[in-house]
Design a binder for this molecule. Sequence first.
Ligand SMILES: *[C@@H]1O[C@H](CO)[C@@H](O)[C@H](O)[C@H]1NC(C)=O
Ligand SMILES: *[C@@H]1O[C@H](CO)[C@@H](O)[C@H](O)[C@H]1NC(C)=O
Ligand SMILES: *[C@@H]1O[C@H](CO)[C@@H](O)[C@H](O)[C@H]1NC(C)=O
Ligand SMILES: *[C@@H]1O[C@H](CO)[C@@H](O)[C@H](O)[C@H]1NC(C)=O
Ligand SMILES: *[C@@H]1O[C@H](CO)[C@@H](O)[C@H](O)[C@H]1NC(C)=O
Length: 447
Amino acid sequence: MRKPWSLILVLLASAQAIEMQVEDPESVKRASHAVAKSMLSHYTGMNPGDVPGNLPDPYYWWEAGAMFTALIDYWFYTGDDTWNNITMQAVRWQAGDDGTFMPTNQTRTEGNDDQAFWAFAAMSAAERNFPNPPEGQPGWLAMVQSVFNTQAMRWNMETCGGGLRWQIFSFNNGYHYKNTISNGCFFNLAARLAKYTGNQTYADWAVRVWDWTASVGFMTEDYLFWDGADDLKNCTEFNQLQWTYNSGVYLLGAATMYNVTNGDPIWQERTQRILDATKVFFTEDVMYERACEPVNTCQVDQRSFKGYLARWMAASTQMAPFLFGQVMPKLRASASAAAKTCTGGSDQSKCGLKWTSRQWDGSDDVGIQMAALEVIQSTLVSEVDPPVTSKIGGTSKGNPAGGSEPPNPRPHRLTRSISMADRAGAGILTILMAVLVFGTVWWGIYE
Ligand SMILES: *[C@@H]1O[C@H](CO)[C@@H](O)[C@H](O)[C@H]1NC(C)=O
Ligand SMILES: *[C@@H]1O[C@H](CO)[C@@H](O)[C@H](O)[C@H]1NC(C)=O
Ligand SMILES: *[C@@H]1O[C@H](CO)[C@@H](O)[C@H](O)[C@H]1NC(C)=O
Ligand SMILES: *[C@@H]1O[C@H](CO)[C@@H](O)[C@H](O)[C@H]1NC(C)=O
Ligand SMILES: *[C@@H]1O[C@H](CO)[C@@H](O)[C@H](O)[C@H]1NC(C)=O
């Protein structure tokens, strides 16, 4: 039974949840809790009759995968298991019986990057020794291996000299776009699987994806990343937008390869140069999304991207400890600024998009909330152990052959022909997307 005075203290503490001192881990944990709780006010998938792992409109399926990855890190960084059960339920539900994260409900739009963002939840669960799924169900590691195997089979040599396409199914709009994030996710997963399992096949794939990314030109000579290119033009004309998360996904992959190779100077240089190049995403050490924040055009997905750069910068310091002193001042400054935006709503914990403004902007958005959570909790990275591996400490069950053989349920959309209405819809969507992307995104470069 709580004494009344301690109840008052608790109430006081929760009203000031966001008063965060980045040097004080307890205040960072309190802030993380408040921001995460506010983020989850959007999620109802755990209720009877609702679908575990789905967020309501306007949030796309992949973002829910990202959200549960953030919650696995949340548990690991803070020790608070409040949301472990809903995380376990959501990730297992969306992984499906074969563990490939290819639920038929998502067939119409599922890209390789979407599938990978759910696989990241399973990868983090394996690396952090998150409680394992029950016996007889695919383990976290098996899920990642299954996703890896499905993607390795999709590596496409017909155009651009290799690479993954964005979309998985040929009838979907975006099938002819080869994008950096899909390939970056595959690279990141391959490197982390190599680290976790010690299996050289994954390391070889990581090298292959890296080499292709550089040679096709998705990575620029100064280690920044374009968004992607049309494969009907053999990847010769790039969409030159540069998003924070592309740098982040390659940063952690490179840092992990540095670790896997016991400090190979080639991977050290690559890791260092990607980090150096991220300076364009910071102003006075505070991160911002320069392709959309200055012109106020950040779309729903884009509002979450900074969170992944923060997540992967922090994780990189565990794989490549030489980064630690360079990364932490940026994470700390960004976390402090982000926390200052989290004063909104009835819970006084809704965050704003622009950390550089240090104030709430009226938003109540899962991606914004998640990005703030990621950057705030990532400052705790020095307090926690590095990832386990199957040799040292890991308990996750694998299946190296997962996802590579039938039965892999045929999505029902494949079995029916695409109607004219669908085609027309896809065409209109393409035009709309082009107008949106090229019409509203800001191209200027500034330093
Ligand atoms: C999580 O689920 C387990 C098993 O169903 C249950 O024993 C436990 O009480 C739940 N924990 C929370 C915090 O809901
Ligand atoms: C697919 O949609 C159906 C109908 O809404 C739902 O019952 C089911 O849980 C969904 N499956 C997944 C994996 O989301
Ligand atoms: C397409 O690009 C790849 C790699 O950049 C190159 O090797 C190949 O020759 C190109 N194909 C055509 C038809 O230009
Ligand atoms: C290593 O990974 C490859 C690729 O998935 C797989 O075919 C092979 O069986 C794995 N080897 C071991 C020893 O697990
Ligand atoms: C690889 O990561 C481990 C765990 O963080 C670390 O102890 C080790 O020093 C790293 N290896 C190198 C070459 O930095």
